[in-house]
Design a protein around this ligand. Structure first.
Ligand SMILES: [Zn+2]
Ligand SMILES: [Zn+2]
Length: 98
């Protein structure tokens, strides 16, 4: 399996795992084709040594995805501990399940 195909498979599985809803706010919407919309984001950029593994991917709504990109210095992502990460966003800490 190619790297890209492997990654696409991981993303597909993660979207399903999180019911196609944003891991930060739970938002999703149903598209015309009947599928729920969400996006996948790398917690650590590939250009900064991040990998394509599931632990490095978060499922987000389009707003939070943009926020993770345009406001990344104001967001702090904690280590994965017992299936959870502490994420600092919008001035508060959230406990997010992974
Ligand atoms: Zn969201
Ligand atoms: Zn992204």
């Amino acid at each position: 399996m190619t790297r890209i195909k492997r990654y696409q498979k991981i993303v597909k599985e993660l979207k399903k795992k999180y019911n196609y809803e944003c891991q930060i706010c739970g938002f999703s919407f149903i598209m015309d084709n009947g599928e729920k919309y969400c996006e996948a984001h790398h917690l650590k950029h590939l250009s900064k040594g991040g990998n394509q593994d599931a632990e490095n991917v978060i499922i987000l709504c389009s707003n939070h995805h943009r926020q993770f990109h345009y406001s990344e210095n104001k967001i702090n992502i904690g280590d994965l501990i017992e299936g959870k990460r502490k994420i600092y966003i919008d001035g508060k800490y959230l406990i997010v399940r992974f």
